[in-house]
Ligand binder design. Structure first.
Ligand code: FES
Length: 103
């Protein structure tokens, strides 16, 4: 695990969802009611880009086939055995950092 700077906090106002890339990995960052969260950016269904989807409340909706994943737990809204990884986030000095495994 390593804390990696992924974005400026100004890129993530409340309600924002963005995709970032780190060493070939895609991460979806969102701001849910002031809380910045990071999840794996590749949809476990067929690889859709979650960071290019939509943030609906606490859920990220994949743009390809509309599966929803909870931004805090990574669980799929209709099958909690299907999950995306969630990563710890820190916001400091105007930067958003996530603790990524194997980074
Ligand atoms: S690839 Fe995400 S819902 Fe199908």
């Amino acid at each position: 695990m390593a804390w990696i700077r992924l974005a400026k906090s100004s890129e993530l106002p409340p309600g924002a969802l963005i995709e970032v890339e780190h060493q070939g990995r895609y991460i979806a960052l969102c701001n849910t009611d002031g809380q910045v969260r990071a999840v794996d950016g590749t949809c476990p269904h067929q690889g859709g880009p979650l960071g290019e989807g939509a943030l609906n409340g606490e859920f990220i909706t994949c743009p390809w086939h509309m599966w929803d994943f909870h931004s805090g737990t990574g669980a799929c809204s209709f099958n909690d055995k299907v999950r995306v990884a969630v990563y710890p986030v820190r916001v400091e000095g105007g930067a958003v950092l996530a603790d990524l495994p194997n980074a």
